[in-house]
Write a protein that binds this ligand. Structure first.
Ligand code: SAH
Length: 220
């Protein structure tokens, strides 16, 4: 266990060496990555490696994502203080907290009830009032609050779930890892206009190769 100021030093270094060094320069994203205390989201045995350059195990065989990937996905969403965000795969709630710092509201769906419970307790202790969690299957999204300005998927399906596309507003942005044991991180931008057949136009950009835990269950 280190003192708070030591953790702050580690966070600054993390941002400089892992995030800025890899080309992320959005000042808001960098400031939030410096602010949110990742060590409060990891298991006690990983406290001393909380700011290292990798994913770490959390409960239920899941992982907290690598800081760089959290920053990258957040940056790609281009959030504003009025954004309404859908997250699939709350896990320990670290990414959720980052999103909540930049957006108006975050709706996050997690399939493992034990993780929903622990993330809820943690995020309440940290006083986040704009985070809404529910246990559910992310393939369905969270229809009641749609459409979303941004969708972030933190577990990997083999195909982009159709319902998540439906719940993204025209002009909205989605980041999602798609594939098998290794995936392509995709940025999907939904066009503002539907064409004459009312098919929504989607622009998909491959960002990098990533390794997320698989998105389980599902409809297909
Ligand atoms: N960003 C999270 C990453 C969690 S790992 C963090 O930093 O902690 C991915 C999470 O997706 C896991 O918690 C897993 O249980 C969850 N998950 C997998 N399939 C899912 C599904 N179909 N619906 C919702 N959550 C799912």
């Amino acid at each position: 266990m280190l003192f708070a100021k030591n953790y702050m030093t580690l966070r600054r270094k993390m941002v400089q060496n892992q995030i800025e060094a890899r080309g992320i320069h959005n000042p808001q994203v960098l400031a939030i990555m410096r602010k949110v205390e990742r060590h409060l989201f990891v298991k006690p045995q990983y406290l001393n490696v909380a700011y290292q350059d990798g994913a770490l195990p959390i409960d239920c065989d899941q992982t907290i994502s690598q800081p760089y990937i959290v920053a990258l996905m957040t940056d790609l969403l281009e959030l504003t203080p009025t954004s309404k965000v859908l997250e699939i795969g709350t896990g320990c709630g670290y990414q959720t907290a980052i999103l909540a710092e930049l957006a108006r509201d975050v709706y996050s769906v997690e399939i493992i009830s034990g993780l929903v419970k622990s993330a809820k307790a943690r995020l309440e202790t940290l006083n986040y009032r704009n985070i809404h969690l529910k246990k559910g299957d992310g393939y369905y999204g969270w229809r009641e609050h749609a459409p979303y300005d941004a969708v972030l998927v933190a577990a990997a399906p083999t195909d982009v779930p159709e319902r998540l596309i439906q719940q993204l507003r025209p002009g909205g942005r989605m980041v999602i890892p798609v594939g098998g044991s290794e995936q392509n991180l995709l940025l999907i931008q939904k066009g503002l206009q539907t064409d004459e057949n009312s098919i929504q136009s989607l622009e998909t950009t491959e960002i990098i190769r990533v390794r997320f835990v698989p998105m389980t269950s599902g409809l297909n």
